[in-house]
Design a protein around this ligand. Structure first.
Ligand code: PAF
Length: 291
């Protein structure tokens, strides 16, 4: 596995591969890799002849005063983990490479609407940071396929929308969330949990599954019924020690909430239940499909 921090070398290698007729699958990450990331890497290996992974803790997607400084950086361990999988090139650019003029970024990529709801409402600017860096990385790597986890479901939809709207010649593949045996979705931010918190943390997934089960059981639910279910879920999370941000039953494609004019009929509309909640110092997110 080549480990490279320069754009010039990255492009030298990827150009040779392309000239030889190889396709490229790309897995962008912020490092501190766990089993979930490695599943993305393996999925990438099934999609193309060459696999490129990146590790870049993107300052633009962190709000001032959030966990950018303390975000776990474990490059050597990450390299060892990737070496046990099929990765041809690991790109680890510096901040200066990605943002040569610093954080006063003049060109940004924004997907309005989808980026402003749910996690975007609690973390203003976060998704603009994500789409800007992903657009830069796509332009540098020029992959045929890029792989993202469904754990960040809103991020996955936003990136799909960006790719469609800007005609990026990249096929986006979503990979199912990897979970601990307790059901807790794997995330680098789980490192912020104490042992006790880690035990309570599975309540997030259990609550989402409970909501999805209720939706399925009820078949057709009014907007008011949706509201009641979301509020019940919030109470369940509070009982488990969480400080909930949101629990939402959404259209799986648009993330819109049902309203009086479009009640949910679970049998003919694809839904997704999404939640974000604080447990101690960790803001955990998770989501489940309606089946
Ligand atoms: O999901 C992540 O790890 C990040 O948001 C991403 C896509 C690598 C962009 O920095």
């Amino acid at each position: 596995m080549l480990v490279i921090d320069s754009v010039k070398l990255l492009q030298e290698h990827t150009n040779i591969w392309r000239r030889n007729g190889d396709t490229i699958a790309f897995v962008p990450t912020m490092g501190n890799l766990h089993e979930g990331h490695l599943k993305l890497v393996d999925a990438a290996g099934e999609q193309a002849g060459k696999v490129v992974c990146s590790i870049f803790v993107n300052p633009l997607q962190f709000a001032p005063g959030s966990d950018f400084e303390s975000y776990p950086r474990t490059l050597q361990q990450d390299i060892e983990k990737l070496k046990a999988h099929r990765v041809d090139l690991l790109f680890c650019p510096s901040d200066k490479t990605i943002y040569p003029d610093g954080m006063a970024v003049s060109t940004k990529v924004t997907v309005p609407g989808l980026s402003d709801i749910l996690c975007g409402a609690s973390r203003p600017g976060h998704f603009d940071g994500v789409t800007t860096v992903v657009a830069k990385l796509f332009n540098l790597v020029q992959p045929d396929v890029a792989v993202f986890g469904e754990k960040d479901y809103q991020q996955l939809l936003i990136i799909k929308r960006m790719v469609d709207d800007l005609f990026f010649p990249v096929h986006i593949v979503g990979v199912e969330t990897s979970r601990e045996t307790s059901g807790l979705a794997m995330s680098s931010r789980n490192n912020y949990l104490s042992d006790n918190e880690r035990q309570s943390a599975s309540a997030l997934y259990e609550t989402l599954q409970w909501v999805a089960g209720q939706v399925k059981q009820q078949g057709e639910i009014s907007a008011e019924g949706v509201n009641t279910l979301e509020n019940d879920a919030i109470e369940r999370l509070k009982d488990a020690g969480f400080k909930p941000d949101y629990v939402r039953i959404c259209d799986a494609e648009t993330l819109s909430s049902p309203n009086e004019s479009s009640p949910i009929a679970a049998n003919h509309r694809s839904l997704r239940v999404l939640a974000a909640a604080w447990l101690g110092k960790a803001r955990l997110i998770d989501n489940v499909p309606d089946t």
